[in-house]
Design a protein around this ligand. Structure first.
Ligand code: ADP
Ligand code: MG
Length: 540
């Protein structure tokens, strides 16, 4: 067994050695095999890496080339845009310059426009007379005097022959009828609308904002259409007028509308409008917008005075600031309604008093801009003298400033040289001009009639004095003319709207009105003559 074990051990050792040798042999051959494979693989990888890198660099080259092209194109575009920009800048500069030139020219033209407008208005006469013949109306049929029964009272005797001539057929019983003609600046026939009438009034409102006082008055007997022409149709049983009927509105609401339209074209804050409504009854002035301490409206008697500057003024008269037509119409209607309920005015018909609606336009001018507003020298100088340097009360009063178009008081205090100029538009519905046969009229009616007659003849006297260029114009002979002093005469523009009833029944009254208008027109003729035919100086 020992021998056996020795042999086995030897065998094992041999086998072990053989195994070690075999392992050694095996290991070296795998390594070489692996080495070879790796080498081969590495070579392949290197090759593909090389080709990939080559491809990559080629691709990079291509891409950078296209980018370069794009950058070049963008730079070129920028250059073009720069050039275009420069062109535009030059163009803009040119345009700016021409705009400035145009603005300057526009300013000059505006001055010329104002001057021309004023000469046109002056050529037409600072006092002009238009005549409106109303249509025949159902109430014209009412019977007249009993002794004239056989004659047709509703027969039409007053016509508009053309737009400057009135033709009146005058007939007396037993005589052949005679045609009389009267010439006026404008004659409206019975078909002409409120629109047509206002179209001739509107240019005067341009003068108003150019710095001139303007007065438009309706003259004629009761029932001839004064109130219709000035205000519009009256509401049933009410002295207020119907505001809804836009096309029927008369001169007063339309004028206010036009004034606000003209103001809206001016720089904001430079103008504001106040309204006052007064009635002249029995040579006394009643403020129809005055309020008692409870804020209730009632007519208060006021007086008209002449200020140190020679202007007419009604101390304590209520002036309400209005910003639009509806506020204005509201106030006018309020005043009109008061005419009926006024305790001291026991007149049945509104036609027994004169109604004066005044729009006061205040223009605020700062410092040296004064001349810019009224470029025509004369007006500028005239208004410059009149302008006051005080702050308007409205602007001192913080509460009410909010409702005015003007700038805040703080801003105004900051600017030192502020001037305000007031121009006035007076719109007058005169009392009926009929001379009621004084026999049989007593008491209040007689008093009324004689006051009306006196005030209307005072008006005729004033126009006569202006016509003859007398040094003294008797404005103070009646409250009516005193109140209207600043908008009648001087360089103020007056338009008398004669209202005529066409019927035979009213022939006498119509002839009286036409006579009044003709006399007033001579004022205008006198001025035109003076303008067109200047008297040569003595030396020549
Ligand atoms: P006045 O104020 O002169 O007394 P009104 O204006 O009150 O007269 O007019 C009298 C009547 O005639 C009113 O009913 C009015 O509506 C009417 N009327 C006046 N003028 C015209 C006109 N042009 N077209 C239609 N109706 C008119
Ligand atoms: Mg009337």
């Amino acid at each position: 067994y020992q021998g056996l074990a020795g042999r086995s051990t030897k065998e094992v050792l041999q086998l072990y050695a053989a195994h070690g040798q075999q392992m050694k042999f095996q290991r070296s051959s795998v390594v070489t095999q692996l080495h070879g494979a790796i080498k081969k693989r590495l070579k392949q990888d290197l090759k593909s890496l090389h080709s990939f890198a080559l491809e990559l660099s080629k691709d990079f080259q291509r891409q950078s080339k296209t980018c370069l092209y794009q950058v070049l194109a963008a730079v070129q575009g920028l250059q073009l845009q720069n050039e275009a920009m420069q062109m535009f800048q030059i163009k803009a500069f040119d345009l700016e310059q021409s705009l400035q030139e145009v603005t300057e020219r526009y300013e000059k033209e505006k001055q010329k426009r104002k001057a021309l407008h004023n000469s046109l208005i002056e050529l037409r006469g600072n006092i002009r007379v238009h005549c409106r013949i109303r249509p025949l109306l159902p109430f014209d049929d009412a019977a007249g005097h009993s002794q004239d029964r056989q004659r047709n009272f509703s027969e039409k005797v007053a016509y508009a022959a053309d737009d400057e001539t009135v033709l009146v057929k005058c007939s007396r019983p037993g005589h052949a009828s005679v045609n009389k003609t009267f010439q006026f600046e404008r004659v409206y026939n019975d078909l002409e609308s409120q629109d047509a009438v206002f179209a001739d009034v509107a240019p005067l409102l341009t003068s108003l904002l150019d710095g001139y006082n303007v007065c438009i008055m309706a003259y004629g007997q009761t029932g001839s259409g004064k109130t219709y022409t000035m205000l519009g149709p009256q509401l049933e049983g009410n002295l207020a007028f119907a505001i809804e009927e836009e096309s029927e509105l008369g001169i007063i609401p339309r004028a206010a509308q036009e004034v606000f339209r003209l103001i809206s074209e001016k720089p904001p804050g430079s103008y504001w409008v106040e309204v006052s409504v007064v009635e002249v009854y029995n040579n006394e002035i009643f403020d129809l917008l005055a309020k008692d301490t409870c804020g209730k409206v009632f007519g208060v008697k006021r007086d008209v005075v002449t200020t140190r500057e020679g202007k007419s003024d009604v101390p304590l008269l209520t002036h309400e600031t209005v910003e639009n037509v509806s506020e204005f119409l509201h106030l006018v209607n309020k005043g009109l309604q008061l005419r009926v309920t006024h305790p001291t005015l026991v007149h049945a018909h509104s036609s027994r008093s004169h109604l004066v609606v005044t729009l006061t336009i205040t223009t605020v001018v700062f410092g040296d801009n004064f001349g810019m507003l009224w470029e025509d020298e004369q007006t500028s100088q005239r208004l410059n003298k009149e302008a006051s340097f005080t702050f308007p009360q409205k602007m001192r009063d913080n509460k009410s400033t909010s409702s005015s178009r003007a700038s805040s008081p703080v801003q105004l205090e900051a600017t030192e040289k502020m001037k305000q100029v007031k121009t006035r538009l007076q719109l007058v519905d005169l009392a009926g001009s009929e001379c009621v046969g004084l026999s049989g009229v007593t008491g209040a009616a007689l008093r009324e009639t004689s006051f009306i007659n006196r005030s209307l003849s005072a008006l005729a006297d004033v126009l006569g004095a202006i016509a003859e260029q007398r040094a003294h114009v008797p404005y103070r002979n009646s409250k009516l003319t005193h109140l209207l002093q600043d908008s009648v005469g001087g360089d103020a523009k007056l338009l008398v709207m004669l209202c005529i009833s066409p019927g035979q029944k009213y022939l006498t009254e119509s002839m009286q009105s036409l006579g009044f208008g003709t006399r007033a027109r001579q004022v205008q003729r006198g001025q035109v003559k003076k303008k067109n035919f200047p008297v040569p100086s003595k030396g020549k």
